[in-house]
Each structure stands twice: as C-alpha cells, then as structure tokens.
Design a protein around this ligand. Structure first.
Ligand code: SAH
Ligand code: SF4
Ligand code: F3S
Length: 451
C-alpha cells in the first residue's frame, strides 16, 4: 500500500554483489528518512543510480538511463536524481555530469553512500548540485540498516576496496584501498542475521582473502571463517571474490574442516597463458593455478570450481588463447563468466598496444564458451540420479509453479512442491541436468537439521 504523504524512491543497481548490497543499505536508510519504495522508476520522486564501471557496456547502460531521466525531469521538475557507485569516481564522468548532465542533483561515492539521505537533503535545501564522490578517507560505518532483498540469504561486507591493481581493472580506482571491518562487528552482524532466520550469508569483498591484513588484531580470512562457522542457526556460508594468489593451505584446510562454508570455489583465472597473466599483474602462473585447483579437489571432494576469464587482453596471441582453452579443459570448471577485454580509463592496460580485431576477440569468446558449456553440461549430468541438500530461495523465475534453490556447490535446482518451501532445506533428487539449471524432485519431508 502506498502512503500518499510519502515521497517515492527507486534505486537502479548495476554491477556486482557489492553494489547490490550497498543499494540494500541505501534503500533502508532512505526508508528511515521517510521515502517509500516504488518498482516503477517513472513515478519516483527520487531516483538513485548505483553504477558500475567494470566494462564499457555497463557504463553505456547508465548513460542511456540518464538520457531517459533527463526527459522525466523536464516533465517533473521536482525529481531528484542521485548518482553513485563506481562510475561516480571517474573524473571523466564527473566532468560529463558537471558540463552535460547538470540535472543530476547529487553525485556520491563508494565510501559515503551511507550519507546519501543527508546529501539529498542538502541538494533540496540549497537547490543546487551536491558533489561528494568520496572513495577514500571515510570512516567505515558500523552496522548499518539493510533492506534485505531475500528472506533466505544475506550479504555481509567484510572488506572494502582492493589493493591488487590488476592492469585491466578499474576497481582499485573506484573503491579505494583495502579496509577490513572489525571481526567482532562482522560476527555480531552474522549472529543477528541467524537470529532473524537467514540460513545463508555471503561474505563480500573484492578480494576476501586479504581480509585482516590491515587490522592490528590476530585475524585473517581463514580465522574469520572459523569464527562464523560456529554460529548456531546458520546453515551456509559463502564468500566472493577470492584471489587465487592468496588462497593459502590454511584457508583450504579451514574450508575442508568447516561445517557451513560451502564446497564452492570461485577463483577468477582471467587467462591461461603465463605471458598474459604477467601483463595482467595477477601474481600467479598457470602452473600455480592448476596446482591450487588440484589441492582443492583433493581436500574438498565434490567441490565445484567456477571462474572468470577475459579474452582479447592487449597482445593476446592465438597461442596465448590456446593456453587458456587448454587450462579450461584441464581444470574442468563447473562454470565460467567470460568477458571480452574492455579498456578502462586510467588503467595501465588501456595504454598497452592492442592489435587484435574486435572480430577475432568475439570469435575467441564464442569458442571459449562452447568448450566451457560442454564441460558444464558434462559435470551437471553427473549430478543426475543423486540427491542433494537444497536451500530453497523462492519460486522459480521461469516457472512460478515450481521452486528454485541451490546446492551447496551453487548449482541452481528447480523442482515441484505443494507447500511453501521458501527458506527451507530440503533433499532433492536430480532427474535432468542442463547447462544452467538442474531439474529434480523432492525426496522427503522438510529436513530436520539441528543447526
Ligand atoms: N574482485 C573480483 C571481481 C572483479 S570484477 C576479482 O578480482 O575477481 C569481475 C570480473 O570482471 C573480473 O574477474 C574480470 O574477469 C572482469 N573484468 C574486470 N575488468 C575487466 C575489463 N577491463 N574488461 C573485461 N572484463 C573485466
Ligand atoms: Fe580488479 Fe584485480 Fe582487484 Fe579483482 S583483484 S577487483 S580484478 S584489481
Ligand atoms: Fe562494477 Fe564497481 Fe562492482 S566497477 S563490478 S560495481 S566494484
């Protein structure tokens, strides 16, 4: 029900889980300051755009949206537009907004999004634009209110920023330096989530295995996982993203011995050629990467391993690309998120000589996807006839008569069920496996687990 006295707000979110979670916080803060959510951007009195810069495509979508909002504001002059997230940190975008898009009222940063209600108020009171794109030097706020998008799983930020400076990547420039949240605060937040009935938490950071390096306490990511693994009521702990270079034996052992940390490893490979890995400043070789995955398979049987791969990095030869294909075939990933290299403003790779045509890059992407999809299908087919514990997330998006959930290995499973199963742990036998989804049937009554 809409409360007519309240102003309506809408937040458009692009990019990674970090942004999704920041938007959940902004929504809660804006609700506290009197706004009411609307799904319909056209009827909103306040539109917040939480942007992503990781590839050109993401930026183009935001620029398109800004064009539409310009027209919306012509019809409704009281409309407030606020732009934050990674694009807001780019000096070129800031210049563009000042000169070409002055209808954007507030520009805020990736480290001061919790001040958004105050910045909006300032813009309204002064009737002028407010520019505060801060990605550094902000005190990390304590536990903030969150409007959780799901009733089943919750995001928890554990570390902000990134210090890695992979040469293609914009993130260290948009999110600032690494800053870990105190372990006690994370622990308290997760206890509270478990008490509220969330069965799964996803720990967030651009490089979660750097966690704790900047803190004085005797803590690292493995130790944090050990602490959280003991929290009663919680069933599953996930994390993203972990860097292959920092994936220590201590961490593998901790995950192997833990009860709640899921048997899913997302380890962005980026490229399978040592020459390209070096140019990317990734800090590992193809041999290191392969050894790491072998170790994981030995210590955590049945684990799934997924990855990110970039094709067409400047100077990537046919031979380099074949090495990527070769490693993909050897490691046998459960899934890969694959991208064509996109030059990013201000990064070292953007200045490197790039003489591969866009056509050739598209061909490489197609070939890589073909190889990977076949492997994904084969791995998924091995799930057929077996039973897995599924955490039910809600109705299936493609067929609302059915339920959808995930295995601990992060495979999406769709199945029938009469009663309300959202947020339940159930056993499902897999009948038919496709590349992106497994289909199965409910094995027994709801599992009674003593969590
Ligand atoms: N911190 C995470 C996520 C970074 S962004 C990590 O280190 O893995 C998510 C993915 O986008 C990256 O893993 C990479 O594969 C891809 N990516 C980043 N910059 C890119 C660029 N300039 N062009 C194409 N893909 C890029
Ligand atoms: Fe970007 Fe590399 Fe940091 Fe990931 S680890 S966010 S790819 S610089
Ligand atoms: Fe995009 Fe920024 Fe996330 S660039 S991927 S929103 S860290």
């Amino acid at each position: 029900m809409q409360d007519k006295a309240k102003k309506l707000m809408h937040i458009s979110t692009y990019g990674c889980q970090m942004n999704e979670h920041d938007s959940e916080i902004m929504r809660a803060l804006l609700e506290e300051s009197g706004y009411q959510w609307t799904d319909n951007i056209h009827e909103a009195d306040l539109v917040v755009i939480n942007t992503c810069s990781v590839r050109e495509h993401a930026e183009k979508r935001v620029l398109g949206l800004l064009g539409n909002l310009k027209h919306q504001k012509e019809k409704k002059p009281g409309l407030i537009i606020a732009l934050g997230g990674c694009m807001a940190q780019n000096p070129e975008i800031q210049e563009f907004i000042r000169k070409k898009a002055p209808y954007v009222d507030v520009v805020f940063g990736t480290r001061n999004y919790h001040k958004l209600p105050a910045l909006i108020k300032e813009a309204e009171e002064t009737m002028s634009n407010v520019f505060e794109p801060t990605c550094e030097d902000e005190e990390i706020p304590g536990i903030l209110p969150v409007h959780y998008a799901s009733r089943v799983k919750a995001y928890v930020t554990i570390i902000y920023g990134c210090n890695n400076f992979c040469t293609y990547c914009i993130v260290p420039y948009t999110r600032g330096r690494e800053k870990s949240r105190p372990p006690k605060e994370i622990y308290e937040e997760v206890v509270r989530l478990a008490d509220q009935g969330f069965l799964e938490v996803m720990l967030l950071g651009q490089n979660v295995n750097s966690y704790g390096k900047d803190l004085e306490e005797d803590i690292n990511f493995a130790k944090l996982l050990k602490m959280l693994d003991r929290i009663p009521g919680l069933a599953r702990i996930r994390y993203t993203t972990s860097h292959p270079r920092d994936f220590t034996d201590e961490l593998i052992d901790t995950i192997a011995d833990s009860e709640k940390v899921c048997e899913h490893f997302h380890l962005p490979l980026q490229a399978g050629s040592n020459n390209i890995l070096k140019k990317m400043n990734r800090g590992y070789t193809r041999e290191d990467y392969f050894k790491l995955t072998e170790k994981i398979r030995q210590r955590v049987p049945g684990a799934s391993i997924t990855t990110d791969i970039i094709v067409g990095f400047p100077g990537e030869t046919d031979e380099d690309f074949l090495e990527t294909l070769d490693l993909v075939r050897r490691v046998r990933f459960d899934a890969a998120y694959t991208f064509i290299y996109s030059p990013r403003y201000g990064t070292p790779a953007a200045k490197m000589k790039d003489d591969i045509s866009q056509e050739a890059k598209k061909e490489r992407l197609k070939e890589l996807n073909q190889v990977q999809n076949q492997i994904t299908l084969e791995i998924n087919q091995a799930y057929e006839g077996k039973t897995f514990e599924i955490l039910v997330e809600g109705r299936s998006k493609t067929n609302s008569d059915r339920w959808s959930g995930r295995t601990r290995t992060n495979k999406i499973v769709v199945f029938d069920g009469e009663e309300d199963l959202e947020g339940k742990l159930v056993d499902v036998e897999i009948e038919c496996a496709r590349t992106w989804t497994l289909f199965g049937f409910l094995k027994n009554e709801q599992k009674k687990r003593n969590l």
